[in-house]
Ligand binder design. Structure first.
Ligand code: IPM
Ligand code: MG
Length: 358
């Protein structure tokens, strides 16, 4: 029997509630599909700051490195907004991404037929959406040096640097081209090459690499235009390849096509070593502990973990099918609610999915 060590990181806000639900689902499918998951919970974000003073304790990073996959819920709490940057919860997540060298962030956006009416866009605009954001995750302006705050001429000045090396661009672009091969064979690379030097290099490298992938159709969009196209005609996109900051923004926008950001899973991968699987949404501190959270993005992240991280494809598919079934039968968490549907809490949504798995 295959055995896997899973590092569970509940984190902040709604994190613990959605983790609880997701873990129960994973336990059931592992039993049904004859593999063993050994869960270990570690501190990250707010709880880690409270207990150790650091948003990513060394012990958490080391344990994640020794696991087969890392499943995280959410990070961030406004009560820590005034802490110095290196002590904030988000810094814990960024250190985890760079510590595990997770340079490739993959965020699939697919419209489930049963949720078409939950989107703020018209059904005819979103009905054929099936895209994937491939976001560079350990470089760009999130990590560029120099950065900081200085005093200059009686003024305070703050700055960050957006930089990419050709090697970093090639690595993430290659992931996008490889993924496009098994899809509709289209890549849209998103940059700001009309203004930024870093984007000009980005565009040159992506063009160069495309010579090795003659059967993949490549186009480039400036990020402002891409943001507009995503709401104008989202079905034109297959794989969207972009850097860290643009990918952060574009992926939230793309998430809303599905009706709620509470639906979107993601995988962050390195060349070798464990992947990190996490919902695209944040920690939603405003509804934490109220049993209102939508656990589906984390449940689908767990399915991605099984498929991409552990190669347990059929268990992953069962989870995806159960989620689709629950939605097609009209069950909704509050973020997805519309007339005539049945509203469920986070825990009850988990129980319904478990029921459809049995
Ligand atoms: C995301 C989040 C993170 C990011 C935050 C929490 C640091 O918004 O995963 O998209 O900006 O990458
Ligand atoms: Mg984001």
């Amino acid at each position: 029997m295959n055995q896997y060590k899973i590092a569970l990181l509940p984190g902040d806000g709604i994190g613990p509630e959605i983790t609880y639900v997701t873990k129960e689902i994973l336990q059931l499918v592992s039993k049904q599909n004859s593999f063993d998951l050994q869960f270990n919970e570690y501190l990250i974000g707010g709880p880690a700051i409270e207990k150790t003073g650091s948003p990513l304790p060394e012990a958490t990073l080391n344990s994640c490195r020794e696991s087969d996959a890392v499943l995280m819920a959410a990070i961030g709490n406004p009560i820590y907004d005034d802490l110095p940057r290196d002590k904030r919860p988000e810094t814990g997540l960024l250190k985890l991404r760079s510590g595990l060298k997770l340079f490739a962030n993959i965020r699939p956006v697919k419209i489930l037929p049963s949720l078409i009416e939950a989107s703020s866009l018209k059904p005819k605009i979103i009905k054929d959406v099936d895209l994937m954001v491939v976001r560079e995750l350990t470089g760009g302006i999130y990590f560029g040096e120099p950065k900081g705050r200085i005093n200059i001429n009686d003024q305070e000045k703050a700055f960050n640097t957006m930089s990419y090396t050709s090697k970093e661009i090639d690595a993430i672009a290659k992931i996008a081209f490889e993924l496009a091969k098994d899809r509709r064979k289209k890549i849209c690379s998103v940059d700001k090459a009309n203004v930024l030097d870093v984007s000009q290099l980005w565009r040159e490298r992506v063009n160069l690499l495309s010579n090795d992938y003659k059967d993949i159709e490549l186009n480039h969009l400036y990020v402002d235009n891409a943001a507009m196209q995503l709401v104008r005609e989202p079905s034109q996109f297959d794989v969207i390849l972009t850097g860290n900051l643009f990918g952060d923004i574009i992926s939230d926008e793309a998430a809303m096509l599905t009706g709620s950001i509470g639906m979107l899973p993601s995988a962050s991968l390195s060349t070798n070593g464990p992947g990190l699987f996490e919902p695209v949404h944040g920690s939603a501190p405003d509804i934490a502990g109220e049993n209102k959270a939508n656990p589906i993005a984390m449940i689908l992240s767990a399915a991605m973990m099984l498929k991409v991280g552990l190669n347990e494809t059929s268990a992953a598919q069962k989870i995806e099918e159960a989620v689709e079934k629950v939605l097609s039968e009209g069950f909704r968490t509050i973020d997805l609610m519309s007339e005539g549907k049945t509203q469920l809490g986070c825990k009850e949504m988990g129980e319904k999915i478990l029921k459809f798995l049995k």
